[in-house]
Ligand binder design. Structure first.
Ligand code: IMP
Length: 189
């Protein structure tokens, strides 16, 4: 592609290799929403389902996903910080922003961008389980099984990806690139 033809978010100075295109993301997210709808209907979950996004990486995925969940839902968010450097999780997890409402007796669907080592979700699911939800399920857009250190049950999974540090569609490196419409990695990384 001629340099002038590069979209602004994929300049030669930021040469992303596309791993999952925007169109492929959209198709898979719609499929996940349909599967979630069918399962909760079959399980008789007629009360509001609490769709709980893990800040900040899940925000773009969650916004698209809930538009394909044909059920009454409420939205909430939880913030977690995992100590470590930009690309390596230390396994020490802290809640930086808690839910706005109790989840006791509610059907809770946690929405996450990626399960990498599994430390964050393993901690978070255990924490949420102590709050007495009627059910607790996990929907993750991505999973990097090669990096797994903790077994995390993923009820709904978008894509299994290779061991690359990916950005875009909500995922960042040092808070940048969340707005890329596709998922990719920096060339050479
Ligand atoms: P964990 O290693 O499963 O605990 O993942 C912790 C968090 O690290 C995830 O929720 C992401 O926010 C972040 N993370 C892990 N892998 C990637 C990646 O490839 N790109 C961007 N963020 C990542």
């Amino acid at each position: 592609m001629a340099p002038s033809a590069y979209p602004a978010w994929n300049r030669p100075s930021d040469p992303f290799i596309e791993l999952i295109s925007a169109a492929t993301l959209a198709d898979r997210v719609a499929e996940l929403g349909r599967a979630i709808t069918a399962d909760y209907v079959a399980a008789g979950a007629t009360e509001d389902v609490v769709v709980l996004g893990v800040l900040k990486g899940s925000v773009l995925f969650m916004a698209d996903l809930v538009r394909h969940i044909a059920l009454p839902v409420t939205l909430d968010f939880i913030g977690v910080a995992s100590y470590g450097d930009a690309t390596v999780s230390s396994g020490v997890v802290q809640i930086t922003q808690d839910l706005t409402r109790p989840i006791a007796g509610k059907h809770v669907l946690v929405v996450e961008d990626i399960v990498d080592t599994g430390h964050t979700l393993s901690y978070l699911l255990a924490n949420l389980a102590t709050r007495g939800p009627a059910s607790l399920k996990l929907c993750s857009l991505l999973h990097k099984p090669e990096r797994s250190e903790r077994e995390v049950p993923i009820d709904y999974l978008g894509f299994t990806i290779p061991n690359k540090f990916v950005v875009g569609y909500g995922l960042d490196v040092s808070q940048r690139y969340r707005n890329l419409p596709f998922i990719g990695y920096v060339a050479g990384a």
